[in-house]
Design a protein around this ligand. Structure first.
Ligand code: GDP
Ligand code: GDP
Length: 472
């Protein structure tokens, strides 16, 4: 059972346009003539990772007679009754009409939650209508542009909040959440067959698997849009000094040196900013969202500002979620003292993201298009490292040396035995270590192992996981 959203409103406000956008049926009929009647349409809607059912109710014919209310109910009642959430749409360019007010009166009495969407708000054309819409008494109206895809981030939040408020719907949401869009690749070797130790000769494998999914994130104004435009070599996103320009495309397929890469467009999930103070927080939220869809996350920094608290929060999320991180230090053209800036960044990385040594960073200028090849090469390099698989035999020869050099400590008078390791997953590299008493092995020893893995198998810059298991 999926959440059901009904879009209602008088004719010509843009209901079909929104329906088409959310269902991805771009070419369905959109008629400019008011009063075109049609059946109710229902389809599968989607914004980013949210799936829901969406119903587009027929527009109400322009009618002045006293059957108005009755007809309005007939047309929309069924849809509204069956819905979990209602979007009441107005045309913000036309302002609030008596018919809109009529809908609102009726909707205030239904039990289903209602959100007013002020459509056609692209540019500045809808501002007057938007403020009128507050008077409908249905809460804060949300400015959107169904045609241009603006405000989809707001709709995402509204739909998601509604799903989360309903235990049944929410259970499904989380079930889907658990389904990682990029499941870590489960490798052979969990089976503790001693034969594993014999098997050799297999080289360390860093084979890329399918298209690389890249998200480009960062605070407003660091130059993300400029960079994406440069990378794609065409004007796919708008850039400008005003943060918060939106678009709802989610993945842009593309290729680089014959390899497939999908760009996750986080700007598309960015809400139309109305309140300047909210900007910072919103952009971080959007970045966090994008991380889920990406394998490699490029954190763009402004070379003159460098890793601030928010940047670090994003970076930590990326690593905690097991994604590969790469840092693009943008606006390098404008950095006066490049040595000092580089040193400052290295220090910040060493002190604040110390758990993952070797996070790659590349200084670029999106504006001038410099160093972008190097940046993309580094993206593919880190992706390959993230995909690394280490054969069990190599791993255990290395482990033997590690244990010789620095044996695990004593526990209750007995030495902990750490005899076997195997890589259970790639993306990110994840290892199981079998210990005589798993819960006794100190954290510092695990860090010693992780450091050793990083050096020995060239795993710089990617998160590494080591799970301790009790040896059979
Ligand atoms: P419906 O009758 O409510 O389903 O409205 P439609 O979706 O058929 O749209 C009516 C008209 O409004 C069409 O000409 C659309 O192109 C136009 N329209 C829809 N959304 C927008 C928008 O966001 N901005 C502008 N400027 N026009 C829009
Ligand atoms: P976004 O909010 O992160 O998408 O940032 P934009 O791409 O909109 O860029 C914000 C501002 O920074 C714009 O005025 C850009 O022209 C400027 N900008 C972007 N990249 C560079 C760069 O490499 N060097 C300089 N000097 N300015 C840049």
């Amino acid at each position: 059972m999926a959440l059901k959203v009904a879009i209602i409103g008088r004719p010509n406000v843009g209901k079909s346009t929104l329906f088409n956008r959310l269902t991805g049926t771009k070419h369905a009929l959109v008629d400019d003539t008011p009063g075109v009647t049609r059946d109710r349409r229902e389809g599968d809607g989607r914004i980013a990772d949210l799936n829901f059912r969406i119903v587009d109710t027929a527009g109400l014919e322009d009618a002045q007679d006293d059957s108005l209310e009755g007809r309005m109910r007939r047309q929309t009642e069924a849809a509204v009754q069956q819905a979990d959430l209602v979007f009441m749409m107005i045309d913000a360019r036309a302002g609030v009409t008596p018919l809109d007010a009529h809908f609102a009166d009726w909707l205030r009495r239904v039990k289903v939650p209602v959100t007013v969407l002020a459509n056609k708000c692209e540019g500045r054309g809808g501002i007057a209508g938007l403020s009128e819409a507050y008077k409908l008494g249905l809460g804060d109206p949300v400015p959107i542009s169904a045609e241009h895809g603006e405000g989809m981030g707001e709709l995402y939040d509204i739909i998601r909040a509604r799903i989360e408020a309903d235990p049944v719907l929410a259970a499904e949401l989380y079930a889907e959440d658990e389904e990682d869009p990029f499941p870590e690749e489960v490798l052979d070797g969990v089976d503790l067959d001693e034969a594993d130790l014999e098997e050799d000769a297999i080289l360390q494998d860093r084979g890329p698997k399918g298209p690389l999914k890249l998200a480009i994130v960062g605070r407003p104004n660091v130059g993300k849009s400029t960079l994406i435009n440069r990378l794609l070599g065409e004007d796919r996103l708008l850039t400008g000094p005003e943060a918060g320009i939106t678009r709802d495309s989610i993945e842009i397929p593309w290729s680089y040196k014959g390899r497939e890469i999908h760009l996750i467009d986080t700007a598309g999930l960015r809400r139309k900013a109305r309140v300047v103070e909210k900007l910072e927080r919103m952009s971080t939220t959007d970045s966090m969202r994008a991380v889920r869809f990406a394998q490699v996350v490029m954190l763009v920094l402004d070379g003159e500002q460098m890793l601030e608290k928010q940047d670090l929060a994003i970076a930590r999320t990326v690593l905690d979620q097991g994604r590969a991180l790469i840092i693009a230090v943008n606006k390098w053209d404008a950095v006066a003292d490049k040595n000092a800036a580089g040193q400052r960044l290295r220090d910040r990385l060493d002190t604040s993201l110390a758990q993952v040594r070797g996070i790659p960073w590349i200084a670029v200028s999106a504006l001038r298009g410099s160093n972008l090849d190097k940046l993309l090469d580094a993206v593919f390099d880190i992706y390959d490292v993230w995909n690394t698989r280490v054969p069990t035999s190599r791993l255990n020869r290395w482990l033997e040396r590690m244990v010789d050099q620095h044996p695990p400590p004593l526990s209750k008078g007995r030495r902990l035995r750490l005899r076997y390791m195997t890589q259970v997953k790639a993306r990110p590299p994840t290892f199981a270590a079998f210990v005589s008493q798993a819960d006794e092995l100190p954290e510092s020893y695990v860090r010693y192992l992780i450091g050793g893995l990083r050096d020995e198998f060239g795993l710089a810059g990617v998160p590494i996981r080591v799970n301790l298991r009790k040896r059979r």
